[in-house]
Design a binder for this molecule. Structure first.
Ligand code: 13P
Length: 248
């Protein structure tokens, strides 16, 4: 069985002042029955990791370079994120795929770097609106999974996040049947390729998850949690999503 995970992706948001939200979140959820992860911008990683020491909240990066060190101005490595106190790293977010031209092969290389640093990779997949409207959702997601998830993935080193691009930051959410169809297909492909380990990898849904829709989404089969953008920035909103996952 996959562990449940509520993951927050702060994207390019957050300053020192935002750490107060983490204090409030840790206080409100001292002992959740699911994993809780916050991925702040790199500037806040080590301070957030310090702040969450002794709490149930884990800290993660939003991206990393595929190399462990070297002449790559502006980039950070998985080792650096581990050193800063991170436990997870998001790789292949659609904003990285779109803004930085990241390919499935790039994401597979980054995932190996995450594993080499001893951390957990949160590998993102998801179709655009044009791809959904063309009936290509399952094929697109299957292709991204095949290309982005390296051999050796298991429930200890990998989380999959299904994030339809058109649902990110838009307030639009697929129907529960649409989410169920994609998650079932992902689970099927993971178990076909990785055997029992495919059942242990959490599959998160991401895209406009809010406290108001979280209960319904978490009742969908093979939804093991959420990757949350906007609603992870406020302790009250993210706390509502954690509470929904605890009930699921
Ligand atoms: P929103 O929750 O803001 O739609 O963002 C989802 C996301 O991209 C998380 O990685």
């Amino acid at each position: 069985m996959a562990r449940k995970l509520a993951a927050g992706n702060w994207k390019m948001n957050g300053t020192n002042a935002s750490l107060a939200e983490i204090t409030a979140l840790a206080k409100a959820h001292p002992d959740p029955n699911c994993d809780v992860l916050i991925c702040p911008p790199a500037t806040l990683l080590s301070r957030l990791a310090e702040k969450t020491t002794g709490t149930a909240i884990k800290t993660g990066g939003q991206d990393c370079h595929a190399a462990s060190s070297g002449a790559h101005t502006g980039d950070i490595s998985a080792e650096m994120i581990a050193d800063a106190g991170g436990s997870h790293i998001i790789v292949g977010h659609s904003e990285r795929r779109a803004d930085h031209g990241e390919t499935d092969a790039d994401i597979a290389a980054k995932t190996r770097a995450v594993w080499n640093a001893g951390l957990v990779a949160v590998i993102c997949v998801g179709e655009t609106l044009a791809e959904r409207e063309a009936g290509q959702t399952i094929d697109i997601v299957a292709g991204q999974l095949a290309g982005s998830v390296p051999n050796g993935a298991n429930g200890d080193n990998t989380v999959i996040a299904y994030e339809p691009v058109w649902a990110i930051g838009t307030g639009k959410v697929p129907t529960l049947d649409e989410i169920a169809a994609v998650h079932a297909d992902i689970r099927d492909r993971l178990t076909t390729r990785f055997g029992d380990a495919g059942n242990d990898m959490p599959i998160l849904y991401g895209g406009s998850v809010k406290p108001s829709n979280a209960d319904d989404i978490f009742r969908v089969a093979d939804v093991d949690g959420a990757l949350v953008g906007g609603a992870s920035l406020k302790a009250e909103d993210f706390g509502g999503i954690i509470a929904a996952l605890e009930r699921a």
